[in-house]
Write a protein that binds this ligand. Structure first.
Ligand SMILES: NC(=O)c1ccc[n+]([C@@H]2O[C@H](COP(=O)([O-])OP(=O)(O)OC[C@H]3O[C@@H](n4cnc5c(N)ncnc54)[C@H](OP(=O)(O)O)[C@@H]3O)[C@@H](O)[C@H]2O)c1
Length: 285
């Protein structure tokens, strides 16, 4: 399918990667339904993007999903890009229950439920594409990202299962897994941690190009960046081989927070500046 033939629902459209994908798709002639939360500026984005309309809603709520399905039906959508996500970072003992629940709801349950609800629309098309943005951390677990990896590992597993479940149907599923991308998603302690560990990063345009390319490809998963695209399958094949490679990550994580394990029964102590569940201006990041 060419981008010009694409009528796509973009979730998290006003996010940093979302905006880049929207621009890349729009310039290639796609029709777009741009979805993001209140206060995201998605209305203004649609006003300046040819061939697009906006829907302001929470894509993880039941009513939000119903609104997206109705708008997708009106668009006669043949593609979904789930580019929403929330950051969650820190030693496990620093994460509270609400952070864990929100991250799993937005990063894992959201794409699963929305894709399920959109299937009647997508599977009525001769060809349709579901594109989920995962992460290298959905194949390689590293210190500080236990909760984030829980969601992204789950997403990758779901994409693999659906690739096989839908193998003879019209709906193709793509799991695109960027390494660190230079967006506010990584503000605050994650940025400090990435600097201390020498984590390489890409501009969001790299992800947008992969999204556009996926529309012409069969179902599959793609890890972006090198050496990550080689390390990811190696970690899947023999994860124990890499267990010793994260000493500096552990040190960097401890340098950000408490070096000592918490006392039994103590409340979570978030890292100063730890990303909560939104990057919105004014929210804690
Ligand atoms: N940046 C990276 O290093 C990186 C690397 C690999 C993968 N990724 C993945 O790429 C995706 C986009 O990341 P990004 O850097 O562009 O982050 P971003 O700028 O924070 O964009 C995410 C967007 O999703 C929106 N969103 C969150 N929950 C939503 C919901 N329930 N309903 C509708 N919209 C919702 C956010 O709104 P709020 O501002 O209200 O939260 C935000 O506009 C995420 O899935 C992320 O996990 C990012």
């Amino acid at each position: 399918m060419t981008p010009a033939q694409t009528r796509i629902v973009v979730i998290g459209a006003a996010g940093a990667i979302g905006r880049c994908c929207v621009a890349a798709l729009a310039v290639r002639g796609a029709s777009l339904l741009l979805v993001d939360r209140p206060g995201s500026g998605v209305d203004a984005l649609a006003a300046q993007t040819a061939g697009s309309t906006a829907l302001v809603t929470d894509a993880t709520s039941t009513t939000g999903r119903a609104g997206i399905v109705a708008a997708a039906r009106a668009l006669d959508a043949n593609a979904l890009l789930y580019a929403a996500g929330v950051p969650v970072f820190g030693p496990l003992e620093a994460l509270d229950e609400a952070q864990l629940e929100t991250s799993l709801r937005v990063n894992l349950m959201g794409p699963l439920l929305l894709t399920r609800d959109l299937l009647p629309v997508l599977s009525a098309q001769p060809e349709a594409h579901v594109i989920w943005l995962g992460s290298t951390l959905g194949r390689i677990g590293i210190p500080g990202f236990a909760a984030y990896s829980a969601g992204k590992f789950g997403l990758r597993g779901a994409a693999e299962a659906l690739r096989r479940e839908w193998g003879d149907g019209p709906v193709r599923i793509h799991h695109i897994a960027p390494r660190a991308v230079r967006t506010a998603f990584n503000a605050g302690p994650v940025e400090t941690y990435n600097q201390a560990t020498g984590t390489a990063s890409d501009p969001p345009e790299v992800v947008a190009e992969a999204v556009c390319a996926a529309l012409a490809e069969p179902s599959g998963e793609r890890f972006l960046g090198s050496p990550e695209r080689f390390a990811a399958p190696l970690n899947g094949f023999a994860p124990g081989l890499l267990d010793g490679a994260f000493v500096k990550h552990r040190k960097a994580l401890r340098a950000l927070g408490r070096a000592d394990p918490p006392a039994a029964g103590s409340a979570p102590q978030p890292l100063a500046g730890t990303p909560a569940t939104s990057n919105r201006k004014g929210d804690p990041t």
